[in-house]
Design a protein around this ligand. Structure first.
Ligand SMILES: *[C@@H]1O[C@H](CO)[C@@H](O)[C@H](O)[C@H]1NC(C)=O
Ligand SMILES: *[C@@H]1O[C@H](CO)[C@@H](O)[C@H](O)[C@H]1NC(C)=O
Ligand SMILES: *[C@@H]1O[C@H](CO)[C@@H](O)[C@H](O)[C@H]1NC(C)=O
Ligand SMILES: *[C@@H]1O[C@H](CO)[C@@H](O)[C@H](O)[C@H]1NC(C)=O
Ligand SMILES: *[C@@H]1O[C@H](CO)[C@@H](O)[C@H](O)[C@H]1NC(C)=O
Ligand SMILES: *[C@@H]1O[C@H](CO)[C@@H](O)[C@H](O)[C@H]1NC(C)=O
Length: 385
């Protein structure tokens, strides 16, 4: 079958510096899943090897008190003079599994919550959350999915090939509108393109699937009577585990953006013992140029103020990051990121930022392309004292 063929042609894929996109639709039924609003007793099974069950299917069942599984979407404005952004997260995660989760709408123990965070063009922050009466997710073998957080007014529908639409109809918490994602870069898993039988572990015990590494996105929201409308680089992934987040992570740097014609996603992580794990992704013209979890395929290091590495809770947030991507036979991509604004309330363990980037590509032979610029949305966790 096609998937077996993809495995055996992996060497050829690397040699030609071209990754086949596997986002072709496959026929098949959508599978319905229901996640109750209450944490469940017993053991949680977490999926760490890809199947045909769908990139956006729930990956942990059931959600016990150590588990977390969520669907994450964001958009960062393409305009370097604005810091507009939006982040929407559909959680099925108890605070005992993901202790950094912001308090739910009502302070209840509901684990099915929808959160929205925005930054206005001038940097003003606003956020809200709503508790659902359970979450309904459908996922098809071709990658299509939909999710409804029951009773909140938050839902998504879409696929990595066709894009996504988030609808928000939550006037009770002050937000209505839509966010859409027209994909410009193929999906991937931590170590390679999307196919069955791939590892989904981006670090020990942490699952990750990136359905939308980059998209042309249009945001049109009404926030407490103020319109927030912008276009930019959109992104969607999901991550999960059946173990408590803080037991798995020492620190992590993650981000995405579009620089020149390149769509990039970076991940550079240390587990609690200081062991590094990485995932590098670069695409251009809707083709993957690099997707790897090999150490050395990417390094992300803090720069400027507070550039302590490894970072610890007591060090402040850095003013930027320096990133080296190995593009194989296309050479190297070097990116400098500078923080323009915090987009979550400042917290010693966690920061999420909007920033600008400059970069260059140096091919194996010939002239470097310099002066690439773009915007990024990125985050860091530091959980080590
Ligand atoms: C989990 O177990 C506790 C203690 O036996 C019980 O009170 C609770 O209802 C159980 N929760 C669920 C979702 O079954
Ligand atoms: C949840 O399930 C996982 C996997 O079986 C287990 O390791 C963990 O201890 C469970 N958590 C709780 C609170 O029972
Ligand atoms: C920033 O923009 C928001 C939303 O338009 C507005 O409510 C706020 O007053 C502005 N703040 C300043 C300092 O201009
Ligand atoms: C994990 O979750 C965070 C927060 O929702 C998200 O920003 C990030 O993209 C995810 N990344 C990885 C590698 O797990
Ligand atoms: C560096 O850390 C200090 C202390 O936490 C903080 O006040 C400062 O804002 C940080 N610098 C940046 C660029 O965030
Ligand atoms: C970010 O933008 C500022 C203001 O235009 C500029 O001074 C700085 O060099 C830029 N930094 C990067 C890394 O692009």
């Amino acid at each position: 079958m096609f998937l077996a063929g993809l495995q055996s042609s992996l060497l050829a894929v690397v040699a030609t510096c071209f990754f086949a996109s596997t986002t072709h639709a496959q026929p098949g039924q959508f599978t319905p899943y229901f996640v109750p609003a209450a944490v469940q007793n017993g053991t949680s099974h977490a999926q760490f090897t890809s199947t045909v069950a769908g990139i956006d299917a729930p990956k942990v069942q059931p959600i016990n008190a150590s588990a977390w599984d969520w669907w994450y979407f964001d958009v960062v404005s393409a305009d370097p003079t604005r810091v507009s952004s939006v982040v929407v997260i559909f959680f099925t995660s108890p605070q005992s599994g993901f202790p950094l989760i912001p308090p739910s709408g009502s302070g209840s123990n509901v684990i099915t919550t929808a959160h929205i965070f925005v930054s206005f063009p001038n940097g003003t922050l606003w956020s809200a959350a709503a508790d659902a009466e359970g979450a309904s997710v459908e996922a098809g073998p071709g990658g299509g999915s939909s999710g409804t957080w029951i009773g909140t007014g938050f839902s998504w529908t879409g696929s990595p090939g066709s894009g996504y639409l988030i609808r928000v109809d939550a006037p009770d918490i002050g937000v209505t509108g839509t966010i859409n994602f027209r994909p410009t870069a193929p999906p991937h898993y931590p170590c390679g393109p999307v196919s069955a039988g791939q590892t989904l572990e981006v670090g020990p015990g942490i699952g990750w699937a990136n359905a939308i590494p980059d998209a042309v996105s249009v945001v049109d929201l009404n926030i407490d009577g103020t319109r927030l409308a912008f276009s930019g680089s959109g992104y969607h992934d999901k991550n999960w585990s059946n173990q408590v987040f803080t037991s798995l992570v020492g620190s992590w740097y993650w981000g995405h953006g579009r620089i020149g014609a390149y769509s990039i996603v970076w991940f550079d992580f240390l587990d609690p013992t200081g062991k590094e794990a990485v995932s590098a992704y670069v695409a251009k013209e809707n083709k993957i140029i690099a997707t790897s979890c090999a150490l050395g395929s990417i390094t992300v290091r803090p720069t400027g103020q507070n550039a302590t590495y490894p970072p610890v809770i007591s060090t402040g947030n850095p003013s930027g990051y320096h990133i080296d991507f190995d593009l194989g036979c296309e050479g190297t991509l070097v990116v400098d990121v500078e923080v323009l604004g915090n987009i979550v309330v400042v917290n010693p363990e966690y920061g999420r930022f909007v920033g600008n980037m400059t970069g260059s590509v140096s091919p194996m032979e010939g002239e470097a392309t310099t002066g690439l610029v773009g915007m990024a949305l990125f985050e860091q966790f530091k959980l080590t004292a």
